[in-house]
Design a protein around this ligand. Structure first.
Ligand SMILES: NC(=O)c1ccc[n+]([C@@H]2O[C@H](COP(=O)([O-])OP(=O)(O)OC[C@H]3O[C@@H](n4cnc5c(N)ncnc54)[C@H](OP(=O)(O)O)[C@@H]3O)[C@@H](O)[C@H]2O)c1
Length: 270
């Protein structure tokens, strides 16, 4: 085992990162978690923390916080990618989001770093309903989002991680984007029906962007985070991302997991 087998997994305790780290470890590959709580710590907001976690790293999985749609994200990701290249990292795999200009700019910045790259450009994670900002709402039986009747091809973070690991380990062609979604688009009302049928009664309530931001602030989200988050949802949930894409099958040779299967596992009684 040489240092160059070492993979840095940024956000390695998060929704896709911890799944990526687990898969790499199962393959016998050494992993270093990059996060504020890791040792050494990695903080996107403090570039002085970036060099130490990059030492001896061969490949890095790059998940940006809080979101590539936030102002300055592409510049920050580009600076990180250039530092990684100069530190001897040979391959970067960026987690990106569909239909968002800031994410596209970050993808271009990674591709321009002069080393091997791949982009996993993802739909809305199914795990947002179980592990993130919608989990409490689901538990309380009401999900309020500024998504109207727009459909979204929710993707399982397990599939995102499978594609990311295939790219990190060079098992799929690099230098390209894998656009990963689930197999079908569901409106949030339809998704709520699937969750309800699986065993957790939940209702979807469409709200305006302003209503969403006010609700988030009321729930304790800082206004400077809630406002761009509202704008992000207004952008990516306007119908532009409704069409499923083939990245999971292209990378893995199998179809992506369906939301109903995810819901049965998450909320089913057996
Ligand atoms: N959620 C989706 O549906 C979705 C879809 C497409 C693309 N994306 C992209 O996924 C990326 C990650 O979003 P996510 O929602 O999935 O988050 P997540 O992975 O659940 O984020 C949590 C992880 O990030 C780390 N982290 C938080 N703040 C950090 C900071 N300032 N510096 C370094 N690490 C930090 C956390 O560890 P510590 O607390 O220890 O720092 C933890 O490991 C975003 O760039 C977004 O564009 C998300």
């Amino acid at each position: 085992m040489t240092n160059s087998d070492l993979t840095l997994v940024l956000g390695g305790t998060g929704k896709t990162g911890r799944r990526v780290a687990a898969r790499l470890r199962a393959l016998g590959r050494p992993v270093r978690i990059g996060s504020r709580a890791a040792d050494p710590p990695f903080d996107w907001d403090d570039p002085a923390t970036w060099a130490a976690p990059l030492a001896g790293v061969g490949a890095a999985y790059v998940t940006y916080q809080p979101d590539l749609a936030f102002p300055g994200a592409a510049e920050t990701v580009g600076a990180f990618a250039r530092l990684a290249a100069s530190a001897g990292v040979r391959r970067l795999v960026l987690l990106s989001g569909r239909g968002e200009d800031g994410a596209l700019a970050a993808e271009r910045a990674v591709a321009a770093a002069g080393i091997e790259w791949a982009v996993v450009r993802s739909a809305f994670f199914m795990q947002n309903f179980t592990e993130d900002f919608l989990a409490d709402a689901v538990a309380e039986g009401m999900v309020a989002l500024p998504a109207g009747t727009v459909a979204e091809p929710f993707v399982d973070a397990e599939d995102v991680a499978d594609v990311a690991v295939a790219a990190l380990t060079g098992r799929v062609p690099l230098g390209r984007v894998y656009e990963v979604t689930g197999p079908r688009a569901l409106t949030f009302a339809e998704a709520a029906d699937v969750v309800t049928a699986a065993g957790r009664a939940v209702e979807y309530v469409p709200v305006t962007v302003d209503g969403f931001v006010a609700g988030a602030v009321g729930a304790g989200v800082p206004a400077e985070v809630a406002a761009p988050l509202g704008q992000l949802f207004a952008t990516v949930l306007d119908g532009r991302n409704a069409e499923p894409a083939g990245g999971v099958a292209e990378a893995l040779g199998r179809p992506p997991r369906d939301f109903a299967a995810f819901a049965a596992t998450a909320w089913g009684t057996r």
